[in-house]
Design a protein around this ligand. Structure first.
Ligand code: ADP
Ligand code: MG
Length: 618
């Protein structure tokens, strides 16, 4: 017999706990649920109110926190106490954002280090996690008020390009707000879920999701086969969105009206300019001309001029689309539907550019502000076990790998791999008796780890003393469905094991994916040459050390002439290693091998041959 619970406080029937879907946006945030009766996703809102909650936090003089529309009104009057675009700071150090520092009208602490940014308001310091948690708390409170039931479980969306640190930070913010974050979902994936495209049709559909919001741009190519959503590729720019269009208009007005630097040091004036610019931008989505007055100065702009200001930024997004299509290995003509997401896709110039690139009309039938939250609600519903029609597969935006000898990147999970995934590879030691091994995890497309982004590092210790090359260390990368990485290492002969969850190191370097990808293409030739040189050097060094050991151990069976000859060849190789000619190094390796081969054959030693095979980590 079914039990029905009654909430004593409100007198209402207690429903089974609902999992909410949250779009925690740079500019706007929303909460949605799948309605238990209609089974349709809906954004939550009070009667006669807007579902959109501006992601803005205002601190009054007593450090009380106000989030949403009311905070928005303080942008102009009290800019240093009003935090906007906090999402742009998630998982960032000051160095990551310093080029955009002027964008923030509140105080972002510049401690000139790689540590995470903090924001100072009055005399208190707040991390981006704190700030996001304030927004989430407000969303939770509103949802509870509307649903008349406690809300403690949520699915939260993040841009596809959020790295591990940023995803973890989002989770932490949820926890701080009293939410159990069941799943972190990529925004484009959520949007595609909201459209439910292809769900009732047999066969395959290929979809491009173009998401241009206030702060980020994402393009994803998805394939849906019989109800299974698969992300084929993603691309984008974590620093491109409607905020940048506002900035273009502000700059245009500053130069057109000769607004002096002295005036611009007034924070509340720059903030007013920014708000006027946004107003102009939205107006120009439906009109040809905008004009307003700011302290007696006329500010005006035509649609044509605005479109000129936009064109290079829009072209950047189209280039990202091209890359995403190429990475998905699909022809442009194979893309059946283009889905528009994010408030900025209301701009007709952008719709036209996207539809002209894809050669099709774009699909914008669902409100672009709500579509991500609606998708998050559908994902929440799937997790609650109410909807078994969908299965989600996601992908990694950048390659993941380990540092090996000579600072080389050894890729274990190539970029655009499907997740969840588990990959393992065996490594060995470089030195005799080596008792620990450093495991350094990197993300990026370049051949040398120094050009990539370091995610984490740990030591596998307690490896029992063995000759170099004998230990077998199995390193495995496990990426869960949220895109969070766990790396573990196990020495197979001894069973020594260290299963360490990689604590993402926040804000080490900016994970600006687009830049990294671009660099990997422009540096591809250099990288191949460098890799060849590094590999030759590593091989040379290993052979020198092995030969040295061999000579010391087997002097009895080697003649004096052989000894001298070998010493000379070793010296030649040593010299070649100091130079940058990989062919010379290889020649010298061969010469040394030639000389040592006869006596090496005389006393083949398993440990020595072991040292020559297999990759070794530092
Ligand atoms: P985010 O996902 O970053 O929170 P949204 O999807 O809510 O962002 O989009 C917010 C952006 O959309 C803002 O930059 C806002 O100015 C812009 N926007 C909203 N409506 C319009 C419009 N009618 N024309 C142009 N831009 C718009
Ligand atoms: Mg968004």
């Amino acid at each position: 017999m079914a039990k029905i619970a009654i909430n004593i406080a409100t007198g209402s029937l207690q429903q089974a706990e609902m999992i909410v879907g949250i779009d925690l946006g740079t500019t706007n945030s929303l909460v949605a649920i799948v309605h238990p009766e209609t089974k349709q996703p809906v954004c939550l809102k009070e009667y006669n109110a807007n579902s959109i909650v501006p992601s803005i936090i205002y601190f009054d003089e007593n450090d009380n926190v106000i989030v949403g529309e009311e905070a928005h009104s303080h942008l102009e009057t009290n800019p240093s106490n009003t935090i906007f675009s906090a999402k742009r700071l998630m998982g960032k150090s000051y160095n990551d954002i310093k080029n955009n520092a002027s964008f923030f009208s509140y105080k972002v602490i510049d401690d000139n280090t790689e540590s995470l940014v903090k924001v100072q308001v009055n005399n208190k310091f707040y991390s981006p996690i704190d700030l996001s948690s304030f927004i989430l708390k407000e969303l939770k409170k509103r949802a509870e008020h509307i649903l008349k039931t406690p809300v403690t479980k949520a699915v939260i969306t993040v841009p596809a390009y959020f790295n591990d640190a940023q995803r973890q930070a989002t989770r932490d913010a949820g926890k701080l707000a009293g939410l159990d974050v069941l799943r972190i979902v990529n925004e484009p994936t959520a949007a595609s879920l909201a459209y439910g495209l292809g769900i009732n049709t047999d066969g395959e559909k290929t979809i491009a999701v173009y998401d241009l919001g206030g702060g980020t741009f994402d393009i994803s190519v998805l394939r849906i086969t019989n109800g299974i959503f698969e992300v084929l590729s993603t691309n984008g720019d974590t620093y491109l969105g409607g905020d940048d269009f506002d900035k273009q208009i502000v700059d245009y007005w500053i130069s057109k009206n000769n607004i002096s630097q002295a005036l611009l040091s007034n924070k509340s004036l720059t903030q007013s300019l920014r708000l006027k610019a946004e107003e102009a931008k939205k107006h120009l989505s439906f009109n040809e001309f905008f004009s307003t007055d700011l302290n007696g100065t006329e500010l005006s702009i035509t649609k044509e001029i605005f479109e000129n200001l936009l064109s290079s930024l829009v072209e950047k997004t189209i280039n990202s689309c091209k890359q995403a299509v190429a990475d998905a290995s699909v022809e442009l003509s194979e893309i059946d539907t283009i889905v528009m997401v994010g408030g900025s896709t209301r701009i007709p110039f952008i719709k036209n550019a996207v539809s002209s690139y894809f050669g099709k009309a774009v699909n914008d039938s669902i409100n672009p502000d709500e579509v991500v939250a609606l998708g998050a609600a559908i994902q929440a519903d799937i997790l609650a076990g109410n909807n078994k029609d969908f299965l989600l597969l996601d992908i990694t935006p950048l390659s993941l790998g380990l540092e090996t000898m000579g600072g080389l990147m050894d890729v274990l999970v190539p970029r655009n791999s499907k997740i969840p995934t588990k990959v393992g590879r065996q490594y060995t030691t470089q030195k005799d008796g080596q008792s620990s091994m450093r495991i350094s995890v990197f993300q990026g497309e370049r051949d040398l780890v120094k050009d990539n982004r370091k995610l984490a590092e740990f030591n596998l210790t307690g490896i029992p003393g063995m000759p170099a090359g004998l230990p077998k260390v199995d390193v495995s990368f496990l990426i869960n469905a949220d895109g969070i990485l766990t790396v573990s290492a196990k020495e197979l002969r001894s069973g020594v094991e260290q299963s360490i969850e990689v604590k993402p190191q926040y804000g080490l370097t900016d994970g600006e994916v687009e830049r990294m990808l671009l660099e990997s293409i422009t540096h591809a030739k250099d990288d191949i040459a460098t890799r060849a040189l590094v590999e030759a050097r590593t091989e040379g060094e290993q052979i020198l050390s092995v030969t040295e050991k061999f000579l010391a151990k087997n002097s009895a069976i080697i003649s004096k002439d052989e000894m001298l000859e070998t010493a000379q060849a070793m010296q030649n190789l040593q010299l070649a290693l100091t130079m940058t000619d990989k062919n010379l190094i290889q020649t010298k390796i061969e010469e040394l091998n030639e000389i040592s081969r006869p006596f090496a054959e005389r006393a083949m030693d398993a440990a020595v041959s072991g040292a020559l095979s297999g990759k070794s980590i530092l």
